[in-house]
Design a protein around this ligand. Structure first.
Ligand code: PEP
Length: 253
């Protein structure tokens, strides 16, 4: 029996106004019975968080943000701090999503500062790691380098508060999913890395998700893998019914 609680997280990226967010939440909650065995999380854009937080108060659907700044406050035009996110009702934050790394210049030292700040300020980070298509033949080297640099300053207690998401960049938004076997192999390699850099108990306690074109049709076979503790879902999380079907696939494991 695993002690890890599955998590299904929906990253909406730059989609949905506050009104569209409300419509999704109302529809999704009408499908969802009180959920305790697995955690379910939506990650809307910043402008929807306050409204979503009010609608989700006391509900079993959790709220997260797509990014945060590592400083608590100050002259950082356009940036959002952990405290602001918590005040909107967020309990989670994505850190190091490949789009932040590739399009907005978040390098490993920035990712590490954000991770440490999230933990310090009481948000549970989901650290995203993954390789591009051209890096795929040296995936272990790439992931090891990201983990080593991103987890700088994170002890075993902090790691237990975190979730890691393995997202092969070639599978994000492309319709190409890693096969369940390939996803399992890389995620088990990440768990082995945690065993050797922390200890086995920490490795067994750390939740690791797969992300990259997860949809209702492939969710069950991915989630059936021994080391895959849930999914980070992009496109398929934008429609309440398809996100719900992925949640159902996780529940029936
Ligand atoms: C993501 O944004 O993290 C993601 C996995 O996107 P998609 O499911 O659309 O590939």
């Amino acid at each position: 029996m695993t002690m890890r609680r599955p998590l299904i997280a929906g990253n909406w990226k730059m989609h949905k106004t506050p009104q569209e967010t409300e419509e999704f939440i109302v529809e999704f909650l009408s499908k969802l019975a009180n959920e305790e065995r697995i955690e379910i999380l939506i990650v809307p854009p910043f402008t929807s968080l306050d409204r979503a937080g009010k609608l989700l108060k006391g509900k079993s659907l959790l709220l997260g943000a797509q990014d945060m700044h590592y400083e608590a406050e100050g002259a950082f035009t356009g940036a959002i701090s952990a405290r602001m996110l918590k005040a909107c009702g967020c309990s989670y934050v994505l850190v190091g999503h490949s789009e932040r790394r590739e399009l907005f210049g978040d390098d490993d030292s920035v990712v590490s500062r954000k991770l440490n700040a999230a933990l310090r300020d009481g948000l549970r980070p989901i650290l995203c790691v993954g390789e591009t298509l051209s890096e795929h033949d040296r995936v272990e080297e790439k992931i090891t380098q990201q983990l080593t640099e991103d987890l700088d300053g994170i002890d075993e207690h902090a790691l237990a508060e975190m979730t890691i998401a393995y997202e092969p960049i070639w599978a994000i938004g492309t319709g190409k999913t890693a096969t369940p076997e390939v996803a399992q192999e890389t995620i088990s390699m990440i768990r082995d890395w945690i065993t050797s850099h922390y200890d086995n108990a920490t490795a067994q306690a750390t939740r690791i998700l797969y992300g990259g074109s997860v949809k209702p049709a492939n969710a069950a076979s991915l989630l059936a893998q021994r080391d895959i503790d849930g999914a980070l879902v992009g496109g398929a999380s934008l429609v309440a019914e398809s996100f719900f079907q992925i949640v159902e696939a996780a529940r029936s494991q």
